[in-house]
Ligand binder design. Structure first.
Ligand SMILES: [Zn+2]
Length: 225
């Protein structure tokens, strides 16, 4: 995997035709999971499909270890056409020429100790849900059930056993989420946003990143056989 830069934005490219997109560092106070994703990809890229990975979607938020970036924005509200946020614009210009089948965006939920969940811009089938929940159960994490947080990033949605579908195919709202922008621009229809429990021990965060990312890649692969 080659380290590259698009203006000042660092990214990694593995292989010639990436269909997998990976993000971390959207929120600077959630970056431990991002560092673990980078380590996972460095260790395993030889057996992974081609991918493009942006480790720090908001470099200034990661540097400051804050949710908001140097422009005072939650960057995950800035993925709209006329944004003035230079960091969001740089990510958008890098990704515009590409088409991916799957995006995996790694975050942490600072309120959770053991409970893991993810957002799906589409819908998992029953068998996919079963495989996903079985995979999480191989770690020490629990599948979170309850309302997600009412902060800027989230939608105050009900999470059931670690899973919530955003159903972009059925909704018309625009919120400036990166996943919504990728969907609308036909760059990537399917985004999984992982919410690693922020208060979990590093070892558990590492297991979740490894187990859930490899499971999502295997579901994606089996779909295109
Ligand atoms: Zn986040």
């Amino acid at each position: 995997m080659d380290k590259r830069a698009h203006t000042s934005l660092e990214y990694y490219l593995h292989g010639a035709s990436p269909r997998i997109l990976l993000f971390s560092g959207m929120h600077g106070d959630e970056y431990e999971a991002g560092a673990l994703l980078l380590a996972y990809l460095k260790k395993n890229n030889a057996v992974l499909p081609d991918f493009l990975y942006i480790p720090k979607i908001s470099p200034s938020a990661v540097a400051a270890k804050t949710r908001k970036n140097k422009y005072g924005h939650d960057i995950n509200r800035q993925f709209v056409e006329n944004t003035t946020d230079q960091e969001a614009r740089t990510v958008m210009s890098l990704l515009s020429p590409f088409h991916f089948t799957l995006c995996i965006d790694v975050h942490e939920d600072p309120d959770r100790t053991m409970g893991f969940y993810l957002y799906d811009s589409e819908h998992m089938s029953e068998s996919e849900l079963l495989a996903y929940r079985d995979a999480v159960h191989t770690t020490d994490a629990r599948l979170y059930t309850g309302v997600d947080d009412m902060d800027d990033e989230h939608l105050n949605l009900y999470v059931e056993k670690g899973y919530v579908s955003l159903g972009y195919d059925q909704s018309v709202e625009t919120a400036g989420f990166s996943s919504r922008w990728l969907y609308e621009k036909n760059i990537c229809k399917r985004t999984f946003t992982l919410e690693i429990p922020g208060k979990a021990p590093t070892k558990l965060k590492e297991s979740l990143v490894r187990v859930v990312v490899s499971l999502l890649l295997s579901l994606n692969k089996s779909k295109h056989v």
